[in-house]
Write a protein that binds this ligand. Sequence first.
Ligand SMILES: [Zn+2]
Length: 198
Amino acid sequence: MMLVLDEDEIGILECIKEVQTERGFHIRDVIKKAKTGYGLSRSTVYEIVGYLEFHGLIKTNKAGNRELDPNIHYFVICPGCGKEVAENECVKDNGRAICEDCYLEGHQKIKFADPVAVRSKKLFRKQHGFEGTAGLTELQKEIYDFILTEGGATPEKTSKLFELTLQETMNQLAILRHCELLKWRKMGEEMYMVPFDS
Ligand SMILES: [Zn+2]
């Protein structure tokens, strides 16, 4: 059976990991941690500990104390995409456990309006003698050529055509913007990426 834990239950597990010693853990220490760290009440702690005991995550050791069984695995719901992920496959991000895809998606964002990036990109390209599309990846060249031919394209259209996620497309477009090969232009109600000197 697949055990899926919610946020409070994961919080309690984290508290237990912090207070547990080789002798096990005492529920009073968990209550203290859970109250200050997660704002959870004493009765919630008891309720969740009971639930975790029921599912075998917590057992009683030889000394008669409660102990976390590290060999039992559970799943968490990724707050980013709602997918069920094994606890040992998720990534901690700002105290939340999220799936790897959401983590990468969230950390790949490259800002468009980034004068420092534009300056360093320009300097880098100048030092390497890169002009036009020299020094770009094949994908970036293809996207640039596409927008050049079309005279402009929305990120949505570009992402469909190149079969990329919208975030990945935005990253690639941001790099092309930093190279001053493309820029934004509002056409009607929509934003298009157009050649920089158009
Ligand atoms: Zn996710």
